[in-house]
Design a binder for this molecule. Structure first.
Ligand code: ADP
Length: 601
């Protein structure tokens, strides 16, 4: 896709400026320059020159006399004197002389210089200053209320197509209907079917929503108008609405085409009836609703919008007839991740024997954008180390960089701290391994990272996991507490290193009670609702204060039970714990294979 830039200022604008400059040059600079070639002399010199007959032509003006010498090589000027013999003397000298009456500027010239020119200058300064101010406010002095959408048309090399978007097969399938429609709207019109007017792409950030929208345009060879929801939000009430009007006007002119509004929640958020609500945003939303009602569903304008907060959208926007189709764009699964890695790997020089499946398994939970970043970090690492191609270890290291940050080169842990971190990380892994009897981790390192993590455990994911049983969740909680449990078992003291584990264990235990109905006390009663599924998933309680107290107690009981279990596992396997921690302390890294070898020895 090639972006089409909006037209620049009209030519007349530049002609106007050039004209004003020319006038200024003529009326101010030229006379000044001319005067500087003329030599000022006294009246005596003038008389002397006439008497010597060393004089060529003479111009007598209002109050000055300009003359040349005989061979006209020099020009002189002197003031006019009340000299009655002047004419006689000049005639005797043989000069060629004339009297030039003072030039009167024409009324038009006077009008131009006294009125038009100052106005033009002031207007120029004014528009320059206000242009600067508008730019600072994010707009442009000349384009009040214009949409300024980025317009893309299909480029010769084809632009983005569905082939560039890896995985996301369900989303592509949904969208390919739109592509078919844009190719041949008649087929649909004949049977009386109308296309959805708006399609909402929902999913977590970086999963390829923008890419999919571009791919729809690329596949259907139609223009693509892209704008972000926040670009509509203006300081003055009504401006956003006029931008919406302008966008739809442009789109209708270019139909069939695709209008893409990214982050639509910026304007589409639920309207509130609070006093002092956001008038500008609500007007913009109203205008969008009106525009979507206003065009026929068969006129060839398809609106795609993307958001990570579908639940925050105004119901009027998501009702049938507006954004009536919702296409989920979820985080990629194992197969999807592998495909995305391969798509991005095509752009860099890779070793032949890269195991993409392994990389995909190591990066569970990563979004498409993060996977693209992993490949790029790998390439950067290869360049840093002066290699021509990217290797498997580049990619493995860059997963850690993307997830945990760079290695902190100068962080110095004391010996005691290093032992603590080693035991802590092995504690997690050992508890996990003893519960499932399989390799729980891909790799553990205790090299401090810039994210602040002192150790880092990379989990493996053998396949996709959609359901967890109660026992599995309990085991996970036990694994989380394993780090702290190891510190207790080995050192008899505890450190601050477990903050993140505590948070995770509590979250899981809480969800078991409030959302998954896994406690005897509350059975299958929902006590919490999830607000923001795609952005971290924060929750709010929907129960009485007494129930909250009871929930808290249950959560504590669950975590305590699992903590005790973890401590027991570690005490029972104390020898292995010591051996593994020593290995990790000495080498700073242990792979899943090495871990299992020591454990099963
Ligand atoms: P979103 O709009 O969902 O936040 P984008 O579409 O802007 O995400 O994706 C950001 C980047 O992530 C893309 O430019 C692309 O490099 C990469 N990406 C995300 N998903 C995919 C995918 N399914 N296939 C290939 N690349 C992807």
């Amino acid at each position: 896709m090639n972006e089409i830039k909006p037209p620049k200022k009209p030519l007349i604008y530049y002609y106007g400026i050039a004209f004003v400059l020319l006038i200024l040059f003529n009326s101010l600079i030229m006379p000044f320059a001319e005067k500087h070639q003329i030599e000022e002399v006294s009246y005596n010199t003038f008389i002397q020159k006439t008497e010597d007959k060393d004089i060529g032509s003479v111009k007598i003006e209002d109050n000055e006399i300009t003359f040349t010498d005989k061979d006209k090589s020099h020009v002189y000027r002197t003031g006019e004197m009340n000299d009655p013999d002047l004419v006689k003397r000049l005639a005797a000298s043989g000069a060629d002389f004339k009297n030039i009456p003072a030039r009167q500027a024409s009324p038009i010239e006077n009008f131009f210089l006294n009125w038009i020119l100052p106005i033009l200058i002031l207007w120029g300064i004014g528009s320059y200053v206000s242009g600067k101010m508008m730019n600072r406010m994010g707009g442009n002095a000349m384009t009040f209320g214009k949409a300024n959408a980025k317009v893309y048309v299909k480029s010769k090399d084809g632009g983005i197509t569905f082939a560039d978007v890896a995985g996301e097969d369900e989303a592509k399938e949904s969208l390919s209907e739109i592509v078919n429609y844009l190719h041949d709207p008649k087929k649909y019109q004949e049977i009386g079917a109308s296309m959805p007017k708006g399609i909402l792409l929902v999913g977590p950030p970086g999963t390829g929503k923008t890419m999919l929208a571009k791919a729809v345009a690329g596949e259907s060879h139609v223009p693509f108008f892209a704008m972000s929801g926040s670009e509509f939000v203006e300081m003055f009430v009504g401006l956003g609405a006029s931008k919406v009007r302008d966008l739809f006007k442009q789109a209708k002119e270019k139909a069939p085409c695709i209008v893409f509004i990214d982050e639509i929640d910026a304007i589409g958020e639920k309207r509130s009836n609070q006093i002092g609500g956001n008038d500008e945003r609500e007007q913009t939303l109203n205008q969008l609703l009106t525009e979507m009602d206003g065009f026929e569903s068969n006129n060839g304008v398809v609106i795609l919008a993307a958001t990570n907060r579908p639940e925050a959208l105004d119901p009027a926007l998501t009702r049938p007839g507006r954004f009536d189709r919702r296409v989920p764009v979820e985080l990629p699964d194992l197969k999807g991740r592998e495909a995305i890695l391969k798509v991005h790997a095509k752009k860099v020089k890779m070793d032949e024997d890269i195991d993409f499946n392994k990389i995909a398994r190591m990066s569970s939970g990563a979004s498409g954008a993060e996977l693209a970043n992993i490949i790029n970090e790998g390439a950067l690492r290869a360049v840093r180390e002066n290699r021509q191609t990217v290797t498997q270890s580049d990619l493995e290291e860059s997963i850690e960089v993307v997830i945990a940050g760079y290695q902190k080169k100068n962080a110095i842990l004391t010996d005691k701290e290093k032992w603590t971190v080693a035991y802590h990380e092995i504690g997690h892994a050992l508890v996990a391994a003893k519960q499932t009897n399989s390799a729980p981790v891909q790799k553990i390192t205790i090299i401090p990272r810039t994210s602040g993590a002192l150790g880092y455990t990379m989990q493996v994911e053998e396949g996709n996991h959609y359901l967890y049983t109660k026992e599995e969740l309990e085991n996970k909680i036990a694994t989380c507490t394993g780090g702290r449990a190891a510190e207790e078992v080995v050192f008899g003291s505890i450190s601050t290193g477990a903050a993140n584990d505590i948070e995770q264990a509590t979250k899981m235990a809480r969800a078991m009670v409030t959302r998954y109905g896994m406690s005897d006390d509350f059975d299958m009663v929902a006590l919490e609702s999830v607000n923001n599924r795609y952005l971290g998933g924060d929750t709010s309680l929907i129960c009485s204060a007494q129930t909250q107290t009871q929930i808290d107690k249950l959560v504590v009981t669950i975590v305590k039970k699992e903590h005790e279990k973890a401590k027991k596992i570690l005490t029972d396997n104390r020898e292995k714990l010591d051996e593994l921690a020593k290995f990790l302390y000495e080498r700073e890294t242990i792979t899943g294979e090495e871990f299992m070898n020591i454990l099963e020895k």
